[in-house]
Ligand binder design. Sequence first.
Ligand code: FES
Length: 120
Amino acid sequence: MGGGGKHSVTFGPDGEQIFVRPGTTLLEASRRAGAKVRTRCGGVAGCLMCKIHVSEDQADRLQPPTTAEIRKLGSLLGQGVRLSCQARTRGDVVVSIPEDPLKAAIRKRLAEQEEDDWLI
Ligand code: FES
């Protein structure tokens, strides 16, 4: 614990950390931390774009999955995926935001190019 009864939320991989009131959703925490969690539905468990990864040892730092999360995520829940608009803190937690698929593709392409340059 820390921050005077507040919970810390740390967003990987860049590591922005913020202190929030217990029970704050990860989506709200991410907004305040300036971390980029994507959303299209405005936080009503509709778009599934706000998925976030929580490692096994961090899982109990969040409140248990909501009915909406269980319905929408199914077996992904068992793989440490949560919906950040639904998951609320109940302790200091470290989560990681999956990379934007488009950005990941660009990064991969750049890495390949670098490799090509290296070979010339
Ligand atoms: S913000 Fe759309 S599902 Fe969470």
